[in-house]
Design a protein around this ligand. Structure first.
Ligand SMILES: [Zn+2]
Ligand SMILES: [Zn+2]
Length: 214
């Protein structure tokens, strides 16, 4: 599992290591203050909020050292997630593609160009790491079975195994969805919106300030 290298001089429960506005490294500065580079206020123990069932975090922010699935304390943020998000309207290109053709390729190209990306590190307790591993194994077995059944369908020239492969592939997608632990609701240039976080984890976060709501 990929591990996060936490910048040196970071306190155990510190979440903000770099200015959320300009990226300036806040090493050696007090817990709260103004960024020497851009002058905007910072809080080394902030940068993560809740709004309803959604978690909002700055892009460079370290999450609190707790399991995102059950809220027990963890020593390290060991689970690397590469997030990608685009506006839901982009999916319209897929629908258009069904009517006018070429839409899937156009969708892939546009989604690639307009998607916002982020990398975050999530804390998972040993129990939830184990659950994730089991899901990944089931995913692998289902995927291998699907390929085998498609091959069989061609070999025996009968659609039966191909239908079974279809069902198995749907199972794969469901497994992949469950195993991803948190889902991305939105990403912009500075912040990430996440769903699927445990309610107790959210309850310990401050409410999103009104000034940040859009
Ligand atoms: Zn700054
Ligand atoms: Zn857990």
């Amino acid at each position: 599992m990929a591990k996060l290298t936490i910048p040196e001089g970071t306190e155990p429960d510190q979440t903000v290591t770099h200015c959320l506005d300009c990226g300036y490294w806040l090493r050696g500065l007090p817990a709260q203050g103004r960024c020497p580079e851009c002058g905007n206020p910072y809080d080394k123990f902030g940068g993560v909020w809740r709004s309803g069932k959604t978690l909002i975090m700055g892009k460079s922010v370290l999450l609190p050292r707790r399991c995102i699935k059950c809220n027990v304390p963890v020593d390290e943020l060991t689970f690397k997630r590469k997030l990608s998000w685009h506006h839901p309207l982009v999916y319209l290109l897929l629908v258009l593609g069904c009517f006018f053709g070429g839409g899937i390729l156009l969708y892939i190209l546009v989604a690639y160009l307009v998607s916002k990306k982020a990398v975050i590190f999530v804390g998972l307790c040993p129990q939830h790491q184990g659950k994730r591993r089991v899901l990944m194994v089931v995913f692998g077995v289902l995927f291998a079975a699907s390929i085998l059944m498609i091959y069989t369908a061609f070999a025996v020239e009968h659609p039966g195994p191909a239908l079974a492969a279809g069902v198995s592939l749907v199972g794969c997608i469901v497994m992949a969805f469950i195993a991803q632990s948190v889902t991305t609701k939105r990403i912009d240039d500075r912040f990430i919106w996440l769903r699927g976080v445990h309610p107790d984890f959210l309850a310990e976060l401050p409410e999103l300030p009104d000034s940040m709501r859009r």
